[in-house]
Structure formats: C-alpha cells, structure tokens
Write a protein that binds this ligand. Structure first.
Ligand SMILES: C[S@@+](CC[C@H](N)C(=O)[O-])C[C@H]1O[C@@H](n2cnc3c(N)ncnc32)[C@H](O)[C@@H]1O
Ligand code: SF4
Ligand code: SF4
Length: 397
C-alpha cells in the first residue's frame, strides 16, 4: 500500500504516516494489519481470505487478543488496522478497540460496513476511530452479486453517510479486476461525492476464492490509464483527494515519472521510498492473522515467519526486517531495474506465483525498454533500507 498524495506532497494521513516512517527509520514496527477473525457475514466472489462463517480452529482467545494489544502499546506500534474476515463479527471487537485506545495506538477498522448503523458510527467515534476502510465494487446490483448478499450496497452507502456525520474519515476500497474495471472511475467519483477522503485500489490477489484467476487481472495499459488519471487529479490544485495503491508497487515509480515529466519535485517521495519502498514487505510493516501468525504481507496468508504467541514484537519485527536483507530477483533485481530498491516489486505476488518471495513481479507496469527518468543514486549497489537492523549476531542494541 502506498498513499500517493501523502508520499509525494502533504496528504490527509501525514501525522500517522510520519510516525510510521520514523519507526521504520529506527527499525521498529511501522504499522500492523491484524486479521482479528477469519469469519465473515458476506461471501465475496474474489475474497483472498476465502472468508466465510468459520473461524480458524486455533483462533486467538479474547485474553490473548487483549494481551497482544498491551504488547503493541509497549512496542510503540503507531497504527493498527483491524481487518478480517469481518472484524466487527469478533465477539470482543469493542474490547479490543477500547484497549487499543488505552494503549495510544491509532486504529483504522477495515470493515464491510454491514454492521454500522448511525448508533454504531457514534460508538466508533467515541472509541477513537478516525478512519474506516470499506469496500465497494460497482453499482448496487453488481456489488450485491459480487458480495453474495442483496441490499449490501445500500447498507454501505448508509453507513458511509453515518460515519461522515460523526466526522470519521472513510476510505473506499476496491479490488481491481476485469470485472470491476468498468466501474473504477465511477467508484472514485462515488468516493468523492460521499466525501470519503481516499480511495484504495488494490490489484487482484489471486489467492483464496480468486486462486488461479491470473487472467482476471486488468492489463498493464489499463493500470497506466488509471495511474495517468490519478496524476491529473494530483496536479489539480483544487483536489485534495488521496489515493492508496495496493499490491502493484510499480505504479508508484510510474507515477513519479509522470510527475517529473510535469515538472513536479519528487525528492520528498523519493527520500521516503528509500526507507519504506512501494512494496512495504520487510520495511517495518507487520501482519498478524487470527491465530497469531506473523506474516510479511496480508495478501500471502501462508507466508508466516513465526507466531506472536511465541515471539515478542521486537523479535517479530527483527524477523520481518531480515527479508529486507535479500534482493528482489529477475527483472526486479538491482542489476536489471534502476527502481529495484524504491519499488521491490510485489513480494506477495512473487510468493504466490513461485513459492520464492524474492522472485520477479510479473505484473510490473513499466515497459522494460523504456527510459527511466527517476534519479535513483547508484541503483546497482546493494543499498539496504536504512531501517534494516544490524544483522550482526546479537544485533547493535
Ligand atoms: C479481506 S477484506 C477484510 C475487511 C472487510 N471484510 C472488507 O471486505 O472490507 C479487506 C479488503 O481486501 C479486499 N480483497 C479481498 N479479496 C481480494 C483479492 N482477491 N484481491 C484484492 N483485494 C481483495 C477486499 O475487497 C477488501 O477491500
Ligand atoms: S472481502 Fe471482506 S467482506 Fe468480502 S468475504 Fe472477504 S472478508 Fe468478507
Ligand atoms: S521491474 Fe520490479 S522492481 Fe522494477 S519497477 Fe517493475 S516491479 Fe518494480
């Protein structure tokens, strides 16, 4: 995930992003995405979690979830995303939120919004929730068919209005595929009309109920068309809207190239990308599954480096930063691509395609022969993220 406006300019997420960035510079966790349950009340066609009515057999107990939040506070985690499944279906959802608040961690809830009424929106605001992320895939009939439950689109729109009335920011999320492409520009328009501050567009992850769906991805040219639209939006001085791009990191250097062509100074964004690359795997970004598994990326649920039941946050963070000591390979290797260190390619897609997380990202939207225009110093050097901790035995303290 990469917030385009906040990365290159000054966006609505500057405060929490700055904290995450500082933590990454210090080799600490920058943010945690936590799937607190695998259960869901919808049955989306595309769900990479394959979420349904069932919890994982070894799901964290209520006591364990609260203890984990304590430890997050102690470890100085700045931001936590509560996700799922449907996080609001977890029986101690409100207790978790209350503890997050007590620990001074900033929560964002990633929810399908089906359980949010005006009263619930008020309660969320009173529990310190400043952002909700919810999903829309197209017009009502299409959306309802995709999530498998009639009336969902209407409920989501009602929930968004209730949340905005409480001053809670809303991120409208969508998964981009050949199915949703016809609606993508309308979804962006809908987000603006409903006063959502941001849209999150995630390239299709071919896992869970989307497994084997590589042919359902949109083309490179379609992604470039969308990125060009985003650039035009960013260059409009009246526009303050934020775009978050998921699971297709090459869109970020592509956008930077378009900014450069338009005379925009991209030095702030480039400086940040040296610490947290467009793919944040191994850069302080941590994911926990509902059984405590520690994952480099939520999109690769079977790529687990340990369990938070057995590891401290410091150990988990260290294990994740170790991934940054390895170089991307193939067309994403530093010898092959000048943008290797600021982009890295999508490591989750590499893992899913080959079982090797360092393999090349075959969904890159940059054409191999094209001139690269971003000034990246000494791209061939094995430059590590400044966040990568000392790898010496015992560490540097
Ligand atoms: C797994 S859901 C969990 C939160 C909540 N239940 C929701 O749907 O918003 C988080 C996000 O992942 C997205 N998602 C699910 N499957 C996906 C896939 N195969 N590719 C890309 N995004 C996907 C959903 O559209 C949703 O926006
Ligand atoms: S995408 Fe979200 S709402 Fe849809 S089935 Fe998966 S977890 Fe549930
Ligand atoms: S080749 Fe790989 S590292 Fe280079 S821009 Fe494309 S996805 Fe990113």
């Amino acid at each position: 995930m990469a917030h385009v406006r906040t990365l290159f300019f000054d966006g609505p997420l500057a405060e929490s992003e700055n904290k995450a960035f500082r933590n990454a510079q210090l080799g600490r966790p920058s943010d945690v995405i936590w799937n607190i349950t695998n259960r869901c009340n919808l049955l989306c066609d595309h769900c990479y979690m394959a979420a349904d009515g069932h919890a994982l057999p070894d799901q964290l107990t209520d006591e364990e979830t609260i203890e984990i939040v304590h430890r997050m506070g102690e470890a100085g985690v700045p931001v936590v995303f509560l996700s799922g499944g449907e996080p609001m279906m977890r029986s101690n959802f409100w207790e978790i939120l209350e503890e997050i608040n007590k620990q001074g961690v900033r929560p964002t809830v990633s929810t399908n919004c089906t359980m949010i009424t005006p009263e619930v929106a008020k309660r969320l605001a009173s529990y310190g929730v400043r952002w909700i992320a919810t999903s829309v895939y197209g017009p009502a009939e299409f959306h309802d068919a995709m999530v498998g439950v009639p009336g969902t689109h209407e409920r989501v729109v009602g929930a968004i209005k209730a949340l905005r009335a409480e001053g809670i920011g809303v991120v409208l999320k969508t998964a981009l595929s050949k199915d949703t492409w016809p609606y993508i520009f309308d979804i962006i328009g809908m987000a603006k009309d409903l006063d959502c501050g941001m849209v999150y567009i995630c390239d299709l992850i071919t896992a869970g109920r989307s497994e084997g769906g590589d042919d359902s991805r949109v083309s490179v040219e379609q992604w470039r068309e969308l990125a060009d639209y985003i650039v035009r939006d960013m260059l409009d001085p009246e526009m303050k809207f934020e775009y978050d791009i998921g699971a297709i990191p090459s869109v970020i250097p592509y956008i930077a190239e378009q900014f450069i062509a338009n005379g925009v100074d991209v030095s702030k964004g480039l400086e940040r990308l040296k610490t947290i690359s467009a793919c944040p795997v191994g850069k302080g970004h941590m994911n926990l599954n509902s059984a405590g598994g520690i994952m480099p990326c939520q999109f690769a649920q079977d790529w687990v480096v340990g369990n938070i039941r057995e590891m401290s946050f410091a150990e988990a963070t260290e294990a994740l930063y170790q991934i940054d000591l390895e170089e991307s390979e193939g067309q994403c290797a530093p010898q092959a691509c000048e943008y290797s260190r600021i982009c890295r390619g999508c490591r989750a897609k590499a893992w899913q395609r080959t079982g090797d997380a360092m393999a090349e990202d075959v969904t890159c939207i940059l054409h191999p022969g094209e001139q690269r225009t971003i000034p990246v110093a000494d791209p061939q050097s094995a430059h590590r993220s400044p966040s990568a901790p000392c790898a010496a035995p015992g560490g540097c303290g």
